[in-house]
Design a protein. Structure first.
Lengths: 249, 266
Protein backbone atom coordinates (compact mmCIF):
# COMPACT_ATOMS: atom_id res chain seq x y z
CA UNK A 1 0.00 0.00 0.00
CA UNK A 2 1.13 3.58 -0.66
CA UNK A 3 0.83 6.25 2.01
CA UNK A 4 1.35 10.00 1.96
CA UNK A 5 3.38 10.08 5.14
CA UNK A 6 5.18 7.12 6.67
CA UNK A 7 5.98 6.77 10.37
CA UNK A 8 7.78 3.42 10.25
CA UNK A 9 9.42 1.91 7.21
CA UNK A 10 10.77 -1.65 7.26
CA UNK A 11 12.83 -2.97 4.35
CA UNK A 12 13.89 -6.61 3.90
CA UNK A 13 14.01 -7.12 7.68
CA UNK A 14 15.39 -10.50 8.71
CA UNK A 15 16.04 -11.57 12.26
CA UNK A 16 17.55 -14.89 13.23
CA UNK A 17 18.16 -16.25 16.72
CA UNK A 18 20.70 -19.02 16.22
CA UNK A 19 19.23 -21.30 13.58
CA UNK A 20 15.70 -19.93 14.00
CA UNK A 21 14.51 -17.29 11.55
CA UNK A 22 11.87 -15.16 13.27
CA UNK A 23 11.46 -12.38 10.70
CA UNK A 24 12.07 -13.32 7.11
CA UNK A 25 12.79 -10.46 4.68
CA UNK A 26 9.85 -8.41 5.90
CA UNK A 27 8.77 -5.28 3.97
CA UNK A 28 6.23 -3.04 5.65
CA UNK A 29 5.31 0.66 5.89
CA UNK A 30 3.20 2.06 8.73
CA UNK A 31 1.35 5.29 7.91
CA UNK A 32 1.65 8.38 10.07
CA UNK A 33 -1.29 9.64 12.10
CA UNK A 34 -3.26 6.37 11.83
CA UNK A 35 -3.97 3.34 13.97
CA UNK A 36 -2.30 0.27 12.48
CA UNK A 37 -2.67 -3.16 14.04
CA UNK A 38 -0.35 -6.10 13.52
CA UNK A 39 -2.23 -9.35 13.97
CA UNK A 40 -0.82 -12.82 14.10
CA UNK A 41 -0.74 -16.16 15.86
CA UNK A 42 1.49 -16.66 18.89
CA UNK A 43 5.10 -17.04 17.79
CA UNK A 44 4.52 -15.23 14.48
CA UNK A 45 7.21 -12.67 15.36
CA UNK A 46 5.00 -9.77 16.52
CA UNK A 47 7.03 -8.96 19.65
CA UNK A 48 10.31 -9.30 17.73
CA UNK A 49 8.99 -6.85 15.16
CA UNK A 50 7.95 -4.44 17.92
CA UNK A 51 11.43 -4.62 19.48
CA UNK A 52 12.98 -3.76 16.11
CA UNK A 53 10.71 -0.72 15.76
CA UNK A 54 11.85 0.38 19.21
CA UNK A 55 15.50 -0.26 18.34
CA UNK A 56 15.81 -2.77 21.19
CA UNK A 57 16.95 -5.46 18.75
CA UNK A 58 19.35 -5.14 15.84
CA UNK A 59 18.30 -6.81 12.56
CA UNK A 60 20.33 -9.71 11.18
CA UNK A 61 19.84 -7.93 7.85
CA UNK A 62 17.55 -5.24 6.47
CA UNK A 63 16.62 -1.75 7.58
CA UNK A 64 14.18 -0.17 10.02
CA UNK A 65 13.48 3.56 9.69
CA UNK A 66 11.32 5.44 12.18
CA UNK A 67 10.18 9.01 11.53
CA UNK A 68 12.62 9.10 8.62
CA UNK A 69 15.65 8.00 10.65
CA UNK A 70 17.54 4.77 10.03
CA UNK A 71 17.79 3.08 13.45
CA UNK A 72 20.72 0.95 12.26
CA UNK A 73 22.88 4.05 11.84
CA UNK A 74 22.27 5.33 15.37
CA UNK A 75 24.64 4.77 18.27
CA UNK A 76 23.34 3.20 21.50
CA UNK A 77 23.27 6.66 23.05
CA UNK A 78 21.33 8.19 20.12
CA UNK A 79 18.87 5.30 20.16
CA UNK A 80 18.13 5.87 23.85
CA UNK A 81 17.40 9.54 23.19
CA UNK A 82 15.35 8.66 20.12
CA UNK A 83 13.15 6.31 22.17
CA UNK A 84 11.63 9.38 23.82
CA UNK A 85 9.60 9.61 20.61
CA UNK A 86 7.82 6.41 21.68
CA UNK A 87 5.18 5.74 24.27
CA UNK A 88 4.31 2.18 25.08
CA UNK A 89 1.41 0.53 26.84
CA UNK A 90 2.49 -2.92 28.00
CA UNK A 91 0.26 -5.98 28.21
CA UNK A 92 0.06 -5.76 32.00
CA UNK A 93 0.82 -2.00 32.13
CA UNK A 94 4.32 -2.60 33.63
CA UNK A 95 3.84 0.10 36.27
CA UNK A 96 6.71 0.48 38.73
CA UNK A 97 5.27 -1.30 41.74
CA UNK A 98 7.18 0.75 44.31
CA UNK A 99 5.65 3.99 42.99
CA UNK A 100 2.13 5.39 43.26
CA UNK A 101 0.01 6.09 40.18
CA UNK A 102 1.04 9.75 40.14
CA UNK A 103 4.72 8.90 40.70
CA UNK A 104 4.58 6.48 37.77
CA UNK A 105 3.25 9.20 35.47
CA UNK A 106 5.66 11.78 36.86
CA UNK A 107 8.64 9.45 36.32
CA UNK A 108 9.37 10.23 32.62
CA UNK A 109 8.71 13.93 33.26
CA UNK A 110 11.30 13.98 36.07
CA UNK A 111 13.79 11.98 34.00
CA UNK A 112 13.56 13.88 30.73
CA UNK A 113 12.20 17.37 31.32
CA UNK A 114 13.30 20.39 33.29
CA UNK A 115 9.79 21.12 34.57
CA UNK A 116 9.43 22.32 38.15
CA UNK A 117 7.78 20.12 40.79
CA UNK A 118 4.62 22.24 40.54
CA UNK A 119 4.49 21.98 36.74
CA UNK A 120 5.03 18.22 36.92
CA UNK A 121 2.19 17.85 39.43
CA UNK A 122 -0.13 19.82 37.16
CA UNK A 123 0.83 17.76 34.10
CA UNK A 124 0.38 14.50 36.05
CA UNK A 125 -3.10 15.56 37.16
CA UNK A 126 -3.99 16.55 33.61
CA UNK A 127 -2.70 13.24 32.19
CA UNK A 128 -4.35 11.04 34.80
CA UNK A 129 -7.67 12.86 34.46
CA UNK A 130 -7.48 12.55 30.67
CA UNK A 131 -7.27 8.75 30.94
CA UNK A 132 -10.12 8.65 33.44
CA UNK A 133 -8.29 8.36 36.76
CA UNK A 134 -9.92 10.35 39.55
CA UNK A 135 -7.89 12.39 42.06
CA UNK A 136 -8.57 9.96 44.92
CA UNK A 137 -6.64 7.20 43.10
CA UNK A 138 -3.54 9.29 42.43
CA UNK A 139 -1.69 8.08 45.52
CA UNK A 140 -2.62 4.42 45.17
CA UNK A 141 0.06 1.83 44.49
CA UNK A 142 -0.35 -0.37 41.38
CA UNK A 143 -1.26 -3.32 43.64
CA UNK A 144 -4.26 -1.31 44.89
CA UNK A 145 -5.56 -0.62 41.36
CA UNK A 146 -7.74 -2.84 39.17
CA UNK A 147 -6.41 -4.21 35.85
CA UNK A 148 -8.30 -1.56 33.89
CA UNK A 149 -7.07 1.27 36.09
CA UNK A 150 -3.50 0.04 35.81
CA UNK A 151 -3.85 0.18 32.01
CA UNK A 152 -5.17 3.74 32.28
CA UNK A 153 -2.23 4.80 34.45
CA UNK A 154 0.15 3.00 32.07
CA UNK A 155 -1.36 4.94 29.19
CA UNK A 156 -1.00 8.20 31.14
CA UNK A 157 2.68 7.42 31.73
CA UNK A 158 3.21 6.51 28.06
CA UNK A 159 1.67 9.81 26.95
CA UNK A 160 3.61 11.96 29.41
CA UNK A 161 6.29 13.04 26.92
CA UNK A 162 3.84 13.58 24.01
CA UNK A 163 5.19 10.66 21.96
CA UNK A 164 5.09 10.65 18.17
CA UNK A 165 4.49 6.91 18.10
CA UNK A 166 2.28 5.10 20.58
CA UNK A 167 2.77 1.33 20.84
CA UNK A 168 0.25 -1.03 22.38
CA UNK A 169 1.40 -4.55 23.20
CA UNK A 170 -1.62 -6.88 23.45
CA UNK A 171 -3.68 -4.12 25.12
CA UNK A 172 -6.82 -6.21 25.67
CA UNK A 173 -5.37 -9.65 26.39
CA UNK A 174 -6.74 -11.16 29.59
CA UNK A 175 -9.30 -8.41 30.20
CA UNK A 176 -13.03 -8.86 30.72
CA UNK A 177 -15.36 -7.60 27.91
CA UNK A 178 -16.22 -4.34 29.70
CA UNK A 179 -12.61 -3.45 30.42
CA UNK A 180 -11.68 -4.51 26.88
CA UNK A 181 -14.22 -2.02 25.51
CA UNK A 182 -12.91 0.65 27.87
CA UNK A 183 -9.30 0.09 26.71
CA UNK A 184 -10.35 0.12 23.04
CA UNK A 185 -12.29 3.36 23.53
CA UNK A 186 -9.27 4.80 25.30
CA UNK A 187 -6.98 3.91 22.37
CA UNK A 188 -9.34 5.62 19.90
CA UNK A 189 -9.79 8.66 22.17
CA UNK A 190 -6.04 8.96 22.65
CA UNK A 191 -5.46 8.84 18.90
CA UNK A 192 -8.18 11.45 18.29
CA UNK A 193 -6.81 13.76 20.97
CA UNK A 194 -3.29 13.53 19.54
CA UNK A 195 -4.15 13.41 15.83
CA UNK A 196 -3.50 17.10 15.32
CA UNK A 197 0.15 16.66 16.30
CA UNK A 198 0.54 13.64 14.01
CA UNK A 199 0.69 10.80 16.52
CA UNK A 200 0.81 7.28 15.10
CA UNK A 201 -0.58 4.26 16.97
CA UNK A 202 0.71 0.75 16.44
CA UNK A 203 -1.12 -2.13 18.10
CA UNK A 204 0.20 -5.67 18.47
CA UNK A 205 -2.74 -7.96 19.08
CA UNK A 206 -4.58 -11.16 18.31
CA UNK A 207 -7.98 -9.74 19.26
CA UNK A 208 -9.58 -9.60 15.80
CA UNK A 209 -12.96 -8.13 16.74
CA UNK A 210 -11.49 -5.18 18.63
CA UNK A 211 -8.84 -4.65 15.98
CA UNK A 212 -11.31 -4.27 13.15
CA UNK A 213 -13.35 -1.77 15.17
CA UNK A 214 -10.59 0.59 16.18
CA UNK A 215 -7.89 0.32 13.50
CA UNK A 216 -7.39 2.20 10.26
CA UNK A 217 -5.13 -0.51 8.81
CA UNK A 218 -4.53 -4.13 9.71
CA UNK A 219 -1.50 -6.27 8.85
CA UNK A 220 -1.32 -10.02 9.32
CA UNK A 221 2.06 -11.44 10.30
CA UNK A 222 2.72 -15.10 9.68
CA UNK A 223 6.02 -16.98 9.97
CA UNK A 224 8.04 -13.79 9.93
CA UNK A 225 6.34 -12.12 6.99
CA UNK A 226 3.38 -9.84 6.34
CA UNK A 227 0.96 -11.98 4.37
CA UNK A 228 -1.90 -9.48 4.27
CA UNK A 229 -2.09 -5.72 4.76
CA UNK A 230 -5.38 -3.93 4.19
CA UNK A 231 -7.56 -1.09 5.45
CA UNK A 232 -9.50 -2.42 8.46
CA UNK A 233 -12.81 -2.13 6.59
CA UNK A 234 -11.57 -4.58 3.93
CA UNK A 235 -9.67 -6.96 6.18
CA UNK A 236 -12.58 -9.29 6.97
CA UNK A 237 -13.10 -9.78 3.21
CA UNK A 238 -9.50 -10.84 2.63
CA UNK A 239 -8.95 -13.66 0.14
CA UNK A 240 -6.04 -15.03 2.16
CA UNK A 241 -7.01 -18.38 3.68
CA UNK A 242 -4.89 -17.91 6.76
CA UNK A 243 -6.45 -14.53 7.45
CA UNK A 244 -9.94 -15.93 6.96
CA UNK A 245 -9.15 -18.78 9.34
CA UNK A 246 -7.86 -16.29 11.91
CA UNK A 247 -10.80 -13.91 11.51
CA UNK A 248 -13.34 -16.70 11.80
CA UNK A 249 -11.79 -18.37 14.83
CA UNK B 1 29.81 -53.06 23.89
CA UNK B 2 27.14 -50.94 22.23
CA UNK B 3 25.85 -49.94 25.66
CA UNK B 4 29.35 -48.97 26.77
CA UNK B 5 29.89 -46.76 23.69
CA UNK B 6 26.54 -45.02 24.10
CA UNK B 7 27.40 -44.25 27.74
CA UNK B 8 30.76 -42.79 26.71
CA UNK B 9 29.11 -40.65 24.03
CA UNK B 10 26.48 -39.50 26.50
CA UNK B 11 29.21 -38.50 28.99
CA UNK B 12 31.15 -36.57 26.34
CA UNK B 13 27.97 -34.82 25.18
CA UNK B 14 27.03 -33.87 28.74
CA UNK B 15 30.52 -32.55 29.42
CA UNK B 16 30.42 -30.54 26.18
CA UNK B 17 27.00 -29.11 27.03
CA UNK B 18 28.22 -28.19 30.52
CA UNK B 19 31.31 -26.43 29.15
CA UNK B 20 29.24 -24.56 26.55
CA UNK B 21 26.73 -23.45 29.17
CA UNK B 22 29.53 -22.38 31.54
CA UNK B 23 31.23 -20.39 28.78
CA UNK B 24 28.03 -18.70 27.67
CA UNK B 25 27.28 -17.87 31.34
CA UNK B 26 30.76 -16.38 31.67
CA UNK B 27 30.16 -14.40 28.49
CA UNK B 28 26.87 -13.02 29.82
CA UNK B 29 28.53 -12.07 33.09
CA UNK B 30 31.42 -10.32 31.30
CA UNK B 31 28.90 -8.44 29.15
CA UNK B 32 27.01 -7.42 32.29
CA UNK B 33 30.23 -6.18 33.92
CA UNK B 34 31.25 -4.20 30.83
CA UNK B 35 27.82 -2.64 30.77
CA UNK B 36 28.10 -1.83 34.48
CA UNK B 37 31.45 -0.03 34.09
CA UNK B 38 30.18 1.81 31.00
CA UNK B 39 27.09 3.14 32.80
CA UNK B 40 28.96 3.79 36.06
CA UNK B 41 30.69 6.81 34.56
CA UNK B 42 27.84 8.03 32.35
CA UNK B 43 25.54 10.78 33.57
CA UNK B 44 22.92 11.30 34.86
CA UNK B 45 23.97 10.30 38.36
CA UNK B 46 20.81 9.57 40.31
CA UNK B 47 22.10 10.29 43.83
CA UNK B 48 18.73 9.65 45.44
CA UNK B 49 18.83 6.03 44.23
CA UNK B 50 22.36 5.61 45.62
CA UNK B 51 21.25 6.83 49.05
CA UNK B 52 18.11 4.67 48.98
CA UNK B 53 20.24 1.61 48.30
CA UNK B 54 22.82 2.62 50.91
CA UNK B 55 19.98 2.86 53.40
CA UNK B 56 18.66 -0.55 52.35
CA UNK B 57 22.00 -2.41 52.33
CA UNK B 58 23.56 -0.48 55.23
CA UNK B 59 21.04 0.84 57.74
CA UNK B 60 18.63 -2.02 57.37
CA UNK B 61 21.43 -4.51 58.10
CA UNK B 62 22.65 -2.78 61.27
CA UNK B 63 20.54 -4.78 63.74
CA UNK B 64 21.46 -8.20 62.35
CA UNK B 65 25.14 -7.22 62.09
CA UNK B 66 25.19 -6.00 65.72
CA UNK B 67 23.47 -9.17 66.89
CA UNK B 68 25.79 -11.46 64.93
CA UNK B 69 28.89 -9.41 65.78
CA UNK B 70 28.35 -9.23 69.53
CA UNK B 71 27.67 -12.95 69.93
CA UNK B 72 30.52 -13.92 67.59
CA UNK B 73 32.91 -11.82 69.70
CA UNK B 74 31.53 -13.28 72.91
CA UNK B 75 31.77 -16.90 71.82
CA UNK B 76 35.22 -16.34 70.30
CA UNK B 77 36.44 -14.98 73.64
CA UNK B 78 34.95 -17.93 75.50
CA UNK B 79 36.41 -20.57 73.15
CA UNK B 80 39.82 -18.90 73.04
CA UNK B 81 39.90 -18.65 76.81
CA UNK B 82 39.15 -22.38 77.21
CA UNK B 83 42.06 -23.29 74.97
CA UNK B 84 44.52 -20.66 76.15
CA UNK B 85 43.93 -21.37 79.84
CA UNK B 86 45.51 -24.80 79.41
CA UNK B 87 48.82 -23.24 78.35
CA UNK B 88 48.42 -20.22 80.68
CA UNK B 89 48.15 -17.54 78.00
CA UNK B 90 44.55 -16.58 78.80
CA UNK B 91 45.54 -12.89 78.91
CA UNK B 92 45.82 -13.05 75.10
CA UNK B 93 42.10 -13.63 74.67
CA UNK B 94 41.51 -9.95 73.81
CA UNK B 95 44.05 -9.56 70.97
CA UNK B 96 43.38 -13.00 69.49
CA UNK B 97 39.64 -12.33 69.33
CA UNK B 98 40.15 -8.81 68.03
CA UNK B 99 42.61 -9.97 65.35
CA UNK B 100 40.35 -12.79 64.22
CA UNK B 101 37.39 -10.44 64.05
CA UNK B 102 39.34 -7.76 62.19
CA UNK B 103 40.98 -9.82 59.50
CA UNK B 104 38.63 -12.77 59.05
CA UNK B 105 35.36 -13.10 60.88
CA UNK B 106 34.26 -9.48 60.57
CA UNK B 107 34.52 -9.12 56.79
CA UNK B 108 33.62 -12.72 55.94
CA UNK B 109 30.55 -12.98 58.18
CA UNK B 110 29.40 -9.50 57.15
CA UNK B 111 29.78 -10.53 53.49
CA UNK B 112 27.81 -13.72 54.09
CA UNK B 113 25.05 -11.90 55.99
CA UNK B 114 24.75 -9.24 53.28
CA UNK B 115 24.70 -11.96 50.59
CA UNK B 116 21.82 -13.66 52.38
CA UNK B 117 19.89 -10.48 53.12
CA UNK B 118 20.61 -7.77 50.55
CA UNK B 119 22.01 -9.94 47.70
CA UNK B 120 18.89 -12.09 47.75
CA UNK B 121 16.63 -9.04 47.90
CA UNK B 122 18.44 -7.42 44.95
CA UNK B 123 17.97 -10.55 42.82
CA UNK B 124 14.31 -10.85 43.83
CA UNK B 125 13.52 -7.14 43.24
CA UNK B 126 15.16 -6.95 39.82
CA UNK B 127 13.90 -10.41 38.87
CA UNK B 128 10.32 -9.43 39.68
CA UNK B 129 10.73 -6.20 37.70
CA UNK B 130 12.05 -8.27 34.80
CA UNK B 131 9.13 -10.72 34.67
CA UNK B 132 6.55 -7.95 35.07
CA UNK B 133 8.11 -5.97 32.17
CA UNK B 134 9.15 -3.06 34.43
CA UNK B 135 12.74 -3.46 33.19
CA UNK B 136 11.46 -3.32 29.59
CA UNK B 137 9.47 -0.20 30.47
CA UNK B 138 12.70 1.51 31.56
CA UNK B 139 14.48 0.50 28.36
CA UNK B 140 11.58 1.66 26.17
CA UNK B 141 11.73 5.05 27.89
CA UNK B 142 15.39 5.25 26.92
CA UNK B 143 16.67 4.65 30.45
CA UNK B 144 19.41 2.06 30.88
CA UNK B 145 18.16 -0.59 33.30
CA UNK B 146 21.77 -1.36 34.23
CA UNK B 147 22.38 2.29 35.11
CA UNK B 148 19.09 2.69 36.95
CA UNK B 149 18.94 -0.64 38.81
CA UNK B 150 22.39 -2.23 38.94
CA UNK B 151 24.82 0.68 39.38
CA UNK B 152 23.26 2.16 42.58
CA UNK B 153 22.95 -1.29 44.17
CA UNK B 154 26.52 -2.34 43.41
CA UNK B 155 27.98 0.98 44.55
CA UNK B 156 25.87 0.91 47.71
CA UNK B 157 27.03 -2.64 48.46
CA UNK B 158 30.67 -1.69 47.95
CA UNK B 159 30.37 1.26 50.34
CA UNK B 160 28.05 -0.25 52.94
CA UNK B 161 29.73 -3.62 53.55
CA UNK B 162 33.07 -2.17 54.82
CA UNK B 163 31.09 0.08 57.18
CA UNK B 164 29.08 -2.90 58.39
CA UNK B 165 32.30 -4.90 58.82
CA UNK B 166 33.73 -2.08 60.94
CA UNK B 167 30.57 -2.15 63.04
CA UNK B 168 30.83 -5.93 63.31
CA UNK B 169 34.42 -5.55 64.52
CA UNK B 170 33.42 -2.96 67.11
CA UNK B 171 30.46 -4.82 68.60
CA UNK B 172 32.39 -8.10 68.41
CA UNK B 173 35.12 -6.56 70.53
CA UNK B 174 32.54 -5.23 72.96
CA UNK B 175 31.15 -8.77 73.27
CA UNK B 176 34.63 -10.18 73.73
CA UNK B 177 35.49 -7.51 76.34
CA UNK B 178 32.34 -8.18 78.37
CA UNK B 179 32.84 -11.95 78.37
CA UNK B 180 36.62 -11.66 78.90
CA UNK B 181 36.67 -9.17 81.76
CA UNK B 182 33.27 -9.64 83.41
CA UNK B 183 32.60 -13.37 83.00
CA UNK B 184 36.10 -14.85 82.68
CA UNK B 185 37.67 -12.30 85.05
CA UNK B 186 40.64 -11.29 82.90
CA UNK B 187 42.13 -8.11 84.30
CA UNK B 188 40.84 -5.10 82.40
CA UNK B 189 44.20 -3.32 82.23
CA UNK B 190 45.94 -6.47 80.98
CA UNK B 191 43.18 -7.03 78.42
CA UNK B 192 43.67 -3.57 76.90
CA UNK B 193 47.47 -3.53 77.11
CA UNK B 194 47.70 -6.86 75.24
CA UNK B 195 45.23 -5.58 72.72
CA UNK B 196 47.45 -2.58 72.03
CA UNK B 197 50.52 -4.79 71.88
CA UNK B 198 49.27 -7.24 69.24
CA UNK B 199 46.66 -5.39 67.25
CA UNK B 200 47.74 -2.99 64.46
CA UNK B 201 45.98 -0.60 62.14
CA UNK B 202 47.05 -2.72 59.12
CA UNK B 203 44.94 -5.58 60.48
CA UNK B 204 41.85 -3.40 60.52
CA UNK B 205 42.63 -2.11 57.03
CA UNK B 206 43.00 -5.65 55.75
CA UNK B 207 39.49 -6.49 56.96
CA UNK B 208 37.95 -3.28 55.64
CA UNK B 209 39.50 -3.67 52.18
CA UNK B 210 38.35 -7.27 52.00
CA UNK B 211 34.85 -6.22 53.05
CA UNK B 212 34.78 -3.66 50.21
CA UNK B 213 35.53 -6.40 47.68
CA UNK B 214 32.95 -8.70 49.28
CA UNK B 215 30.33 -5.96 49.07
CA UNK B 216 31.11 -5.39 45.40
CA UNK B 217 30.99 -9.10 44.57
CA UNK B 218 27.84 -9.90 46.55
CA UNK B 219 25.84 -7.00 45.11
CA UNK B 220 27.15 -7.64 41.58
CA UNK B 221 26.08 -11.27 41.79
CA UNK B 222 22.70 -10.29 43.30
CA UNK B 223 21.92 -7.82 40.52
CA UNK B 224 23.34 -10.09 37.78
CA UNK B 225 21.10 -13.00 38.72
CA UNK B 226 18.17 -10.59 38.97
CA UNK B 227 18.69 -9.61 35.33
CA UNK B 228 18.98 -13.27 34.30
CA UNK B 229 15.52 -14.12 35.66
CA UNK B 230 12.91 -15.44 33.26
CA UNK B 231 9.81 -17.64 33.45
CA UNK B 232 7.74 -15.96 36.16
CA UNK B 233 7.71 -16.66 39.88
CA UNK B 234 9.67 -19.88 39.55
CA UNK B 235 12.42 -17.97 37.76
CA UNK B 236 12.50 -15.31 40.50
CA UNK B 237 12.91 -18.04 43.15
CA UNK B 238 15.69 -19.71 41.16
CA UNK B 239 17.48 -16.40 40.55
CA UNK B 240 17.31 -15.49 44.23
CA UNK B 241 18.62 -18.90 45.24
CA UNK B 242 21.52 -18.67 42.78
CA UNK B 243 22.35 -15.15 43.98
CA UNK B 244 22.67 -16.32 47.59
CA UNK B 245 24.60 -19.51 46.81
CA UNK B 246 27.07 -17.88 44.40
CA UNK B 247 27.35 -14.78 46.59
CA UNK B 248 28.38 -16.85 49.59
CA UNK B 249 30.74 -19.11 47.64
CA UNK B 250 32.38 -16.08 46.04
CA UNK B 251 32.98 -14.47 49.45
CA UNK B 252 34.73 -17.59 50.75
CA UNK B 253 36.83 -18.17 47.62
CA UNK B 254 37.73 -14.51 47.22
CA UNK B 255 38.69 -14.36 50.89
CA UNK B 256 41.62 -16.73 50.35
CA UNK B 257 42.99 -14.90 47.31
CA UNK B 258 42.54 -11.44 48.82
CA UNK B 259 44.18 -12.51 52.08
CA UNK B 260 47.20 -13.99 50.31
CA UNK B 261 47.55 -10.74 48.35
CA UNK B 262 46.89 -8.28 51.18
CA UNK B 263 49.30 -9.90 53.69
CA UNK B 264 52.07 -9.23 51.21
CA UNK B 265 51.32 -5.56 50.61
CA UNK B 266 50.12 -4.36 54.03
Amino acid sequence: MKFDEIAVSIKELTKCFGEHTILNGLNFDIPKNKITTILGFSGAGKSTLLKHILGLLQPTSGKVSVLGKDLGKMSEWELREFRQNFGMLFQYAALFDSMTASQNVAFPLKEFTKLSEKEINLRVKELLNSVGIQDDSFEKLPSELSGGMRKRVGLGRALALNPHIMLYDEPTTGLDPITTKMVNDLIVETQELNRNRGMTSIIISHDVKATLKISDYVAFLHRGNIVEYLPASEFANSKNELVLEFVNL
Amino acid sequence: MQFFYSKIIFLIESLGAFILEALSGLGRFCQFMMSFFYWLIKPPFRWKLYFEQLYFVGNKSIFIIMLAGSFTGAVMALQTYMGFKVISVDTLVGPVTALTLAIELGPVLTGLIVAGRAGAAMAAQIGTMKVTEQVDALEVMGISSIQYLAVPRIIAGTIAVPMLAALFLFVGNVGSYIVGTKALMIDEAVYFSKLGEFMFLEDIWQGIIKAGFFGFVVSTIGTYFGFQVSKGAEGVGKGTNLAVVWGMISVLVLDYFLTSFLVKIL
